[in-house]
Ligand binder design. Structure first.
Ligand code: NAP
Length: 261
């Protein structure tokens, strides 16, 4: 990619695929990237949610197409990237935001099925989409993966059960990020990870909806509050833009100070 910097349209002319674009952080990233001039393909397993994100962007004058795909299924992940390339005329940026939490697993699933599901979406899905994307990024590119503070540090005893695939998957996303950064740097493809702490999205709703839990979560973040999806999207915008042209293989906390304590 060239070295255009600054300005109000920091992704002008760029073509971006965002997974998990139907909700939370992915939806905020899609909207922000479109505001900054990118043409966006917003993918989600929920077709209606993907269409809603694309519709909102289009109504605001941006360019967006919806894609329906389950990123944990190889053929769908590949079709998702191919669909974005076909719709946008190429691909410069990918943000892997599709993710799940074991808290929302069906209650009749056993631990092995929950492990396989969380790993398949959070880790394998990120790999499948990224692997296909680098083949399409012929002119260089930027990939931003959603890891978590729990890819960097362990969970506090009152919160972590020790029986949860989420931290292992998110640590795996950081390993994948570093390996792909090494592997594709020579081709001008940068790969970085974001590590948010607690952000107000549907993913954390069951916890943040409980005032006692919410207070506990806020207290763990030195800024004393939860993050917003838009605050994470700003970090994704930076890493995807040429302003981050010498940054690759990084795992950037977006955590209100959580990991500094
Ligand atoms: P969210 O609001 O639940 O959004 C995630 C989106 O991904 C949802 O639309 C979800 O669809 C979709 N999705 C789930 N499985 C998918 C699959 N197999 N294929 C395609 N799309 C799929 O969650 P979020 O808070 O924005 O989280 C985004 C990412 O940030 C996740 O990777 C998450 O682990 C990470 N993160 C979040 C926080 C936080 O506090 N919110 C903190 C650290 C890291 P459904 O609604 O149908 O499941």
């Amino acid at each position: 990619m060239g070295a255009k910097r600054g300005g109000g349209a920091r992704l002008q002319g760029r073509r971006a695929l965002i997974t998990g674009a139907g909700s939370g952080i992915g939806a905020a990233v899609a909207a922000m990237f479109a505001r900054h001039g990118a043409a966006v393909a917003g993918a989600d397993r929920d077709a209606e949610a993907a269409a809603q994100t694309a519709g909102t962007i289009a109504a605001g004058g941006g360019r967006a197409v919806p894609i329906t795909a389950d990123v944990s299924v190889r053929r769908e992940a590949e079709a998702c990237v191919d669909g974005a390339v076909a719709a946008l005329g190429g691909l410069d940026i990918v943000v892997n935001s599709a993710g799940v939490t074991p808290r929302y697993a069906p209650s009749d699933w056993d631990y092995e099925r929950i492990w396989d599901w969380v790993m398949a979406v959070n880790l394998k899905g990120t790999y499948l989409v990224s692997r296909r994307a680098v083949q399409a990024m012929t002119g260089g590119g930027a990939i931003v993966n959603l890891s978590s503070i729990y890819g960097l540090v362990g969970r506090p005893m009152f919160f972590g059960t020790g029986d949860d695939p989420y931290p292992a998957g998110k640590a795996g996303v950081i390993g994948l990020t570093r390996d792909m950064a090494n592997g594709f740097g020579a081709r001008g493809i940068r790969v970085n990870a974001l590590c948010p702490a607690f952000v107000l999205t549907p993913l954390t709703r069951t916890l943040t909806g409980d005032p006692a839990w919410r207070a506990r979560m806020e207290a763990m973040q030195p800024l004393g509050r939860l993050g917003t999806a838009e605050e994470v999207a700003y970090a994704a915008l930076f890493l995807a833009s040429d302003e981050a042209s010498f940054i690759t293989g990084a795992a950037l906390p977006v955590d209100g100070g959580y990991t500094s304590v």
